[in-house]
Design a protein around this ligand. Structure first.
Ligand SMILES: C[S@@+](CC[C@H](N)C(=O)[O-])C[C@H]1O[C@@H](n2cnc3c(N)ncnc32)[C@H](O)[C@@H]1O
Length: 290
């Protein structure tokens, strides 16, 4: 089994073949950018040296453009552990994923695992496998934690969840092998990015109103101070000659924060809680400094 997967990996590493390979995000992530991809792709700078994505989540834009040199980071340790495992140990991950069962009992056993003392002794592969499994089988494929940092979404009762997309994981592994991965807050890009580089910022959005929006991906909320600190970072990066593109909600706060940049209103098709069919068009903002 391992040798078969290795052969496939070797194939994807051959540059010509890799160009044709489609990589898709393998996690469904709140605020994921699949719905906004067309608008983002239209607005990429014509050329850039290195690509940075410091609010990585599911990495929709990164997996679409497959950058030659990428730096990806996020503040969520489970998420970054998963990308490191896909980068280094995709064979073991696939074998581990094949052992999961789509039952309520197995789901709740795995969900509660991070509340036990033994969890800290789990291997990186076991933790990564648990995250993919929970993401594929939980209700709505949501990722949500309680205030102690524990995953708390209920079982989804899906008939055939696609827990292992083997070819895609292998293709993503080949891409991640060319990528630097860091567990870090967004500010860390400042030291890394140089003139001519390009950064895509996709922070937790400024809420549309007090109850509507989800900003709590990890234990800490991404509050207004954090939004302000991000804008200050954008100002310093601009002075340094780094190009950035940023997405955020269509709100007065965001318009005010980025009023000295190019601000475009775009339409996204998003899950909207108050609508009966659950989806609807909503305006969002894409900001660039070029
Ligand atoms: C809107 S999501 C990104 C979605 C992603 N673009 C996609 O396509 O799936 C925001 C991400 O920012 C991360 N995050 C929250 N606070 C952060 C911080 N201070 N520094 C870095 N990442 C942070 C969250 O863990 C989450 O994964």
């Amino acid at each position: 089994m391992i040798s078969l997967i290795r052969e496939q990996l070797a194939l994807y590493n051959i540059e010509k073949n890799f160009e044709k390979v489609v990589c898709s995000p393998f996690l469904k992530w709140p605020g994921g950018k699949r719905q906004l991809l067309r608008e983002l792709l239209k607005r990429l700078p014509k050329t850039y040296n290195r690509f940075f994505e410091p609010f990585f989540g599911g990495g929709a834009l990164f997996f679409k453009i497959k950058p030659e040199y990428g730096y990806i980071s996020d503040i969520n340790p489970d998420l970054i552990n998963l990308y490191e495992v896909v980068q280094d140990s995709v064979e073991e991950l696939i074998i581990s994923l094949k052992q999961h069962k789509n039952t309520e009992k197995h789901f709740y056993e795995l969900r509660s695992a991070d509340r036990s003392k033994e969890y800290k002794y789990w291997s990186k592969v076991e933790k990564a496998s648990r995250l993919i499994y929970l993401n594929k089988t939980c209700f709505n494929g949501l990722y949500r934690m309680n205030s102690d940092g524990h995953f708390n979404v209920p079982f989804g009762f899906y008939k055939k969840p696609n827990i292992i997309d083997e070819d895609n994981l292998i293709a993503c592994s080949a891409l991640l092998k060319k990528t630097e991965i860091a567990l870090a807050s967004f500010e860390a890009v400042e030291k890394k990015a140089q003139k001519g580089d390009f950064i895509y910022f996709d922070p937790p959005y400024v809420p549309l109103n007090k109850t509507s929006s989800f900003t709590k991906y990890y234990k800490d909320d991404f509050d207004l101070d954090a939004q302000f600190a991000l804008r200050e970072l954008c100002n310093r990066l601009t002075k340094k000659g780094v190009n950035f593109m940023l997405s955020n909600s269509y709100t007065d706060t965001v318009k005010e924060l980025y009023k000295s940049y190019n601000v475009k209103i775009v339409e996204a098709n998003r899950a909207i809680n108050c609508k009966a069919n659950g989806r609807g068009k909503i305006n969002e903002l894409i900001i660039t400094n070029y």
